[in-house]
Design a protein around this ligand. Structure first.
Ligand code: ADP
Ligand code: MG
Ligand code: ZN
Length: 575
């Protein structure tokens, strides 16, 4: 029920009917969807709320409609100027009195906005969190009746989230600066811990939390292992995937600016209308690129994560991760940019063991409190375990967000083509023991040779190690498969700081659980490994790791040479 701070005419239709009429009149949508109606009712009643609704779910109207219906000015905090500009332009075209305050405005423009607000003629005012840090702005606002305060992209407040903005931290003060003004925070992705942090940081004590289902039934998801260390093959695979979807609009995410330009060039050479986008371009160049993406048919944006937040292009038909995202939250947010119109779309993620090393290294180089870093590392690991796991992908993601009852989707790669799992716990124990026995000083090829008992340069004591030759029951490819899986599970770590990556043990507790048989390991017998350039029809000879294939071939060559030399010596001796 409305509190006395809401002046709703008792003879007028109930607030939700008014809200629905507003949705229809201004936005042209016939009814609310998902939890919109409930969220709006809560805010109309003057109470605080946190709404976690899917990307494209329509979070904006959750604060825009209450701002229109409640008396006073609605204040919206938004993280990016581009986001503010888009929303304000759209609102103005729909006849809503909206404005934004940002550093690019002249003094005259600012005065005009404040005059409009003072006259009660402004419904929505968008500001950046930095803008709100200015005392004169707070003074101005304090003299105006506010209908509500909305905090868009609220996950930015949390260091546990995937897009932390330090300026968001200060927004908790709004509670004391504007007591009694309802505050609503909205975001698309926040796991339980991030939600807690949002509530605490924004001081939304007692706010109702609305979490819509994370189901996106129109998305078909899949993930494929990369050929480790082979950029050319990854680029070729990305090109192939895009060409299969030729003429459709999509996004290809890359982990670096260089990668982004390289992949865009490759796609352009293949005849695709690809556009590179990253923070290395200046704001004008980025705007032009974004406009092209929005306007041109079949345009493919090849971008770093600098692209995407708040981009409202409904007919993006695919999102391809040429490099994996940072966490499951980031994954969901990024693939969520496909199929916002509800029509079928797909999300394909390419990932490899070297990506884990890269993710962890990047986290390590960032200035962060240890505790936060540890959480981010765990999140990166959870992502890789999910990508390399056998659980229906949307189901795994929805469980990660706390939806216990999530069903399998029926259309992801794992639902369509369920992998055969084999219990490889004993093999995993052997591999972990070997890495440990060898003092964590060798790369994977050497560890595998040790397991197979074919280390040629056996140091005096190596053959005496208990793990030497204990793995002869498994092929080299089988071992590579198991070691990769242990990397994805975080039980092994590949240290990328060295020129040649060394295998080391992962988290001690987890490794011990495997040693003791408390944790079982299942590997997919037929992993999806693409091998675009391989001409070999024999899967036994295929490997994820071009380098290892080369080394194996070298071993074979070396053996042939030794055999030939030995035969020659025997002949000489016999003469
Ligand atoms: P997000 O939750 O990602 O911020 P937006 O607020 O940008 O989503 O809304 C995405 C699109 O969905 C917009 O074009 C918006 O007009 C549309 N939309 C919002 N609510 C509804 C609704 N109830 N019915 C149909 N379309 C809606
Ligand atoms: Mg939004
Ligand atoms: Zn599925």
């Amino acid at each position: 029920m409305p509190t006395d701070s809401v002046s709703i005419d008792p003879l007028a239709p109930d607030p939700l009917t008014q809200a629905r009429a507003t949705l229809e009149r201004i936005w042209g949508h016939s009814d609310f969807r998902g939890l919109q109606a409930e969220v709006i009712a809560e805010v109309l009643a003057g109470r605080d709320a946190l709404a976690v609704l899917p990307t494209g779910g329509g979070k904006s109207v959750c604060y825009q409609i209450p701002a229109l219906l409640r008396p006073g000015l609605g204040l919206v905090v938004s993280p990016l100027i581009a986001l503010m500009t888009d929303q304000v332009e759209a609102l103005r075209q729909q006849g809503v009195a909206a404005a934004r305050l940002d550093s690019s405005l002249s003094m005259d423009d600012r005065s005009a906005i404040w005059r409009q607000a003072a006259a009660g003629d402004l419904d929505l005012l968008y500001v950046s969190p930095e803008g709100l840090a200015q005392p004169h702005l707070i003074d101005r606002l304090a003299n105006l009746p506010l209908s509500l305060i909305a905090i868009d992209e609220a996950h930015c407040v949390s260091q546990w989230g995937h897009d932390f903005r330090p300026d968001y931290r200060a927004l908790g003060r709004l509670r004391d600066l504007f007591p009694g003004v309802p505050r609503i925070a909205v975001t698309a992705t926040a796991d339980a811990r991030t939600r807690e942090d949002i509530l605490a940081s924004l001081r939304l004590e007692g706010a109702r939390v609305f979490v819509d289902s994370f189901a996106r039934p129109n998305l078909q998801l899949s993930a494929e292992r990369k050929v480790n260390g082979s950029r050319a093959r990854t680029d070729a695979r990305v090109t192939e995937l895009v060409l299969e979807r030729r003429g459709r609009s999509g996004v290809v995410y890359c982990g670096s600016r260089d990668g982004c330009e390289r992949v865009a060039d490759t796609l352009v050479a293949a005849g695709v209308n690809a556009i590179a986008y990253h923070a290395g371009f200046d704001a004008r160049a980025r705007d032009r690129r974004l406009e092209r993406f929005l306007a041109e048919d079949g345009a493919v944006m090849v971008a770093t994560i600098a692209f995407g937040m708040g981009v409202d292009k409904p007919d993006v038909r695919f999102v391809i991760h040429a490099d994996p995202p940072a966490s499951i939250e980031a994954y969901w947010q990024e693939i969520g940019r496909a199929g916002r119109d509800g029509e079928p779309a797909d999300g394909i993620t390419l990932y490899g063991p070297s990506d884990i090393a890269w993710s962890l290294k990047r986290l390590d180089s960032r200035p962060m409190v240890e505790e936060v870093k540890a959480v981010q590392v765990r999140k990166a690991r959870q992502l890789f375990a999910m990508l390399d796991g056998a659980t229906c992908r949307p189901q795994a993601v929805r469980r990660y967000f706390g939806e216990a009852s999530a069903d399998v989707c029926g259309v992801c790669d794992l639902c369509m083509d369920p992998p055969t799992l084999s219990d490889t716990t004993v093999a995993a124990q052997k591999a972990l023991a070997a890495v440990q026995r060898l003092g964590e000083r060798f790369g994977r090829t050497r560890v595998i040779d040790h397991l197979l008992g074919k280390t040629k340069d056996v140091r005096a004591d190596e053959a005496a190690l208990s793990t030497w030759a204990i793995g002869r029951d498994i092929s080299p490819d089988g071992w590579r498969e198991i070691i990769d899986h242990l990397l994805f599970e975080g039980l092994l770590v590949e240290d990328a700081n060295e020129g040649k990556p060394l295998l080391q043990l992962g988290e001690a507790e987890a490794v011990r659980a495997v040693y003791r048989g408390q944790r079982t390991i299942h590997t997919r017998r037929a992993p999806r490994v693409f091998d675009a350039s391989s001409r070999s029809g024999n899967p036994r000879q295929r490997s994820r790791d071009g380098r290892n294939v080369a080394l194996d071939a070298m071993d074979a060559d070396a053996r042939a040479v030794f055999e030939a030399l030995r035969a020659w010596r025997r002949e000489r001796a016999a003469e």
